[in-house]
Design a protein around this ligand. Structure first.
Ligand SMILES: Cc1ncc(COP(=O)(O)O)c(C=O)c1O
Length: 396
């Protein structure tokens, strides 16, 4: 059977493969990017589901518009304005099946074969898969604790005429946990406007800030309508509903609506109405605060344990929010080798190599701290530290 040529670009995600192994409850898994399921508001959802079906059942089970349920879009526009200083109205928001679908639609709207996507190095694995599907190539830009290196970015924008899209995750990045400074946000908006290259600013974790000030979205500094922003209910509510969104200027959103029509017509009506009703009747801020508290505690324990138990030459990020920390081993160590040994001790994580679209950097790995109970975080990272000591030469 002959498959489409694009299938040659696709391979199984390493994370999905590791997640299969971690279904074994004995494994202490720092591998997935899963929220803590014990925090899903199941009782509230039960009540709201019932109410929606009783009061609005016919509407909730019917087809709806491609752009999505209007009260939900209105809530999102207001929330983004409050949190991110954006200026999108409800007509500039498209509801998507998770923010992941927004990335896929972005690929369809912007990318032809051999077009170049500029991204952070490292970047989100499933964004690499989404854009690769359209035959895209990647220019990775180095990052530090303030975000992308703007000089390097400008050099590429000046010299590479194939650049079609910039993809960034400025808040508590997946996988690195890093957050961009205000200056870098402003500069990216300026460069995108100057070189007229669209940006997808992916922001699934922004609400989960444990300390410090919320920072404006990059699109808050956009003067020409080149910057689009995604968001999601996956990490502040639950991922099972698969409801996210993309915001952007009206003309761009119109293009996204056209391609979404060909993909799935619309998002699940019941999910949209249920979430909108929840937002109307329950206190989402209180719920998010509960999540933040739990994740902050887990972040503190993870960082503290790594400080205590990892060899001193091992570097790692200390995220101010989100779900992940990023570990860099000395260059001569391959994190995949460490994973083989640690799996034998029932400890899992994701080797960092897959987060680099052009390869390399096998001495890195990602730690997720949101999905493990506190005692297991300490136990797992302490034992991982012991394994690392076996590999690191001359370390005491
Ligand atoms: C950076 C980033 N973007 C997008 C997504 C997709 O999230 P969802 O489709 O659940 O909204 C994730 C999920 O982990 C992510 O980490």
């Amino acid at each position: 059977m002959k498959l489409a040529k694009r299938m040659k670009n696709m391979k199984a995600s390493e994370i999905r493969e590791i997640l299969k192994i971690t279904e074994n409850p004995e494994i202490i898994s720092f591998a997935g990017g899963l929220p803590a399921p014990e925090l899903f508001p199941i009782e509230d959802i039960k009540k709201i589901n019932e109410r929606v079906l009783v009061e609005d059942g016919q509407k909730a089970l019917q087809y709806t518009t491609t752009e999505g349920y209007q009260p939900l879009r209105t809530w999102i526009a207001k929330r983004m304005e409050k949190r991110l200083d954006t200026n999108f109205n409800e007509d500039e928001i498209l509801i998507t099946h998770g923010s992941q679908q927004a990335l896929d639609l972005g690929g369809k709207v912007f990318l032809d074969e051999e077009d170049v996507v500029i991204c952070e190095s490292p970047t989100y694995l499933a964004a690499i898969s989404a854009f690769k599907m359209f035959g895209a190539k990647f220019e990775e830009i180095s990052c530090d604790d303030d975000g992308m290196d703007m000089d390097e970015l400008e050099k590429i924008l000046k010299s590479n005429t194939k650049v079609k899209l910039i993809y960034v995750i400025p808040d508590f990045q997946n996988p690195s946990g890093r957050t961009w400074s205000l200056e870098r946000r402003k500069k990216l908006a300026e460069l995108s406007n100057q070189y007229e290259i669209p940006v997808i600013e992916d922001n699934p974790y922004g609400e989960l800030r444990f300390e410090g000030e919320f920072l404006p979205s990059i699109s808050a500094f956009d003067k020409k309508g080149y910057i689009m922003c995604t968001g999601t209910f996956s990490k502040i509510y639950c991922p099972g509903y698969r409801i996210g969104w993309i915001a952007g200027n009206k003309e761009l959103i119109r293009q996204f609506i056209l391609v979404k029509q060909g993909s799935d017509l619309q998002c699940n009506t019941m999910s949209q109405i249920t979430i909108a009703k929840y937002l109307e009747e329950y206190d989402i801020d209180k719920h998010i605060e509960k999540i933040r508290k739990v994740y902050k505690k887990r972040r503190d324990l993870a960082v503290h344990t790594m400080e205590k138990s990892f060899p001193k030459v091992v570097k790692f990020t200390r995220p101010q929010g989100g779900l992940f920390a990023w570990v860099e081993l000395p260059e001569y160590i391959d994190a995949r080798e460490i994973l083989k040994v640690s799996l034998k001790e029932n400890i899992a994580f994701v080797p960092g190599g897959s987060f680099y679209p052009n390869g390399g950097n096998e001495n890195t790995f990602r730690i997720n701290f949101s999905n493990m109970q506190e005692d297991r975080i300490v136990d797992g990272l302490t034992r991982l530290g012991r394994i690392l000591y076996q590999y690191i030469e001359n370390e005491v």
